[in-house]
Design a protein around this ligand. Structure first.
Ligand code: ATP
Ligand code: MN
Length: 538
């Protein structure tokens, strides 16, 4: 570990067009924590963590995420409403406005890197307007040693100016906030939003282009951990499906909770040096490791504190998306460095609010490819009174907003790697049971953990007809029994107590799958198409 406070190196920002800035370089987490409080930008919670409000934005803004259309990206990026093109000359103008805005200010600068595997290391310099955003970068990216800092050569630059408001008419943005990637200049330019997630997902998106295009490595929106025998498991899933929760397991060493690469050398490595956990309804009883990680050094975002500085975890009055960031070493059982071998098991997590998918099922290779391309989860309606229908939500590769290439590119790489490694793939419904959202309940975390443990410990029984039932609608293989889980919970139909309602809802979902898959049919092989649900409504 570096004594960050003793860094004496001085950093010039004139090269970046930032004039006369008062640079605070490589401050320690403690220093940044104290400065944020001094400036009235945060308070200390009773746990010792810093608590901040990120402002207008408490989540990412996918509609304001652009990629500069240049010689590097033009023929490779899958352009559309996910990867929105931005003209190079517009970028140049906007960048100049942002650095003008940052000139003459006190700025927080940090050198860090992404990718725990040395062969893939990406050096990053982060320039922040706010101290707590810079502490976020300390928590989330990898931290160079003093020696590494000496000769540090930053490759990518993150310029983060939450207080800068764009003028859409003049700047070519949609509204006042933006997150723009420029692959020629190697800059992530973020303005008008203080949501820290934009910083980590900016670099994630850059790596999701760089790794497959230049390094023959598959980037994945997944968490990962390793068992005592060195067996790696990875967990794909969209936001809120349980990547962070389920990878944080006292019996397995955590590799990372969100972003990983799968290399040609058959290794899984974390891109990051920290975790970014949801804390809505967090309890010490259900999630002790994450609860304990919330201490000095951690940053709580958009939580409500009582007068004693205790977090009211159930309070969603600012947002449902309350968060905490902390360095990986706030978790006791971690893998150092954050690298594992080829995975033995892959879990696709989905929070099915229709309550029709089995809580756990085994997928064939075609089903795995089909579900990876579909990337299904469900969104539950807001907190308005009355029961409102859940909405299916499909996001290719379980992370479309961060994937600059066509989903087929990632899907092909994954299928190939899965075949070579001979992995088992499981679909896990961490969502509803006993009926849809509004009628049923969320699957007990205790049961989901028991099902995952049963897979990882080999307790599910051999893959035979006696042990598994093929679901008549989804075609997936549902275990008949699982240690630690009541048998009735394993069959979603049984938990409904109303076959007609169950099948009607299941068909509603399979129709949504079919509708969504239409856009991928042109490139999907017969084998992949066969992996879809077996029955649909007419
Ligand atoms: P993001 O990509 O936004 O970081 P994530 O996939 O990491 O999302 P988590 O932070 O793990 O998602 O969120 C899962 C949430 O759902 C947690 O608040 C967790 O407590 C809750 N939860 C409730 N029941 C379950 C369950 N059965 N399995 C997993 N999580 C559950
Ligand atoms: Mn997460």
């Amino acid at each position: 570990m570096t004594k960050q406070g003793q860094i004496t190196k001085t950093i010039e920002l004139e090269n970046y067009g930032i004039k006369n800035a008062k640079v605070k370089y490589q401050l320690s987490a403690k220093e940044l924590h104290d400065i944020a409080i001094e400036k009235g930008q945060g308070v200390e919670a009773s746990s010792g963590a810093l608590a901040v409000h990120t402002g207008e934005f408490t989540g990412r803004s996918p509609q304001d995420r652009f990629i500069v259309q240049d010689d590097i990206t033009n023929n490779k990026v899958w352009w559309g409403n996910i990867n929105i093109p931005f003209a190079p000359d517009k970028f140049e103008k906007l960048y100049n406005k942002v650095v003008d805005y940052l000139s003459n200010k006190e700025l927080f600068v940090r050198d860090c890197y992404a990718c725990a595997d040395d062969n893939y290391k990406l050096n990053i310099r982060v320039i922040n307007e706010y101290p707590w955003s810079n502490q976020f970068a300390y928590n989330m990216f990898l931290r160079p040693t003093a020696e590494e800092l000496n000769g540090f050569d930053p490759e990518w630059l993150v310029v983060n100016a939450p207080g800068f408001m764009a003028d859409p008419a003049e700047d070519g943005t949609r509204q006042h906030n933006f997150a723009i990637l420029d692959f020629t200049r190697k800059i992530a330019l973020i303005g008008g939003t203080g949501y820290t997630g934009e910083i980590k997902k900016g670099i994630f998106s850059a790596l999701n282009f760089i790794l497959p295009v230049f390094k023959n490595t598959l980037p994945m929106h997944c968490s990962a951990n390793v068992g005592k025998d060195g067996d790696t498991a990875i967990f794909f899933g969209l936001s809120g499906t349980g990547k962070t929760t389920l990878s944080t397991d006292p019996n397995r060493s955590l590799i990372g909770d969100d972003e990983h690469g799968w290399t040609k050398e058959n290794a899984i490595f974390n891109f990051e040096g920290g975790c970014y956990a949801k804390v809505i309804n967090l309890s010490a009883e259900n999630e002790p490791e994450i609860f304990e990680a919330i201490r000095a050094g951690a940053i709580l975002e958009n939580v409500v504190l009582d007068k004693n500085g205790h977090v009211a975890f159930e309070d969603a009055s600012i947002t449902q998306n309350t968060r905490v960031s902390y360095p990986l070493n706030h978790i006791e059982n971690i893998q150092v460095p954050s690298i594992g071998k080829n995975p033995k098991n892959i879990f696709f997590l989905t929070a099915d609010a229709f309550g029709v998918l089995p809580p756990i099922s085994k997928l064939t290779p075609s089903q795995a490819a089909y579900h990876f391309i579909s990337g299904y989860t469900a969104k539950v309606a807001g907190t308005e009174a009355g029961v409102i229908e859940p909405q299916p939500s499909f996001s290719a590769c379980f992370g479309a907003p961060f994937m600059p290439l066509h989903p087929a590119k990632y899907a092909e790489m994954l299928s190939k790697k899965m075949k070579e490694a001979g992995v088992n793939v499981w679909l896990v419904n961490t969502g509803w049971t006993g009926g849809p959202y509004g009628v049923g309940t969320r699957m007990k975390l205790k049961y989901t953990r028991a099902m995952i443990n049963a897979v990882l410990n080999g307790d599910l029984g051999l893959y035979t007809y006696d042990n598994y039932h093929i679901h008549s609608v989804f075609g997936v293989a549902q275990p008949r029994e699982c240690p630690g889980v009541p048998t009735s919970v394993l069959s979603p139909r049984a938990t409904w107590n109303n076959d007609e309602a169950y099948y009607k809802t299941a068909f509603k979902l399979t129709n949504a799958f079919r509708e969504n898959f239409k856009k991928y049919e042109a490139f999907a092989s017969e084998e992949i198409r066969r992996g879809g649900p077996q029955r649909y409504a007419f």
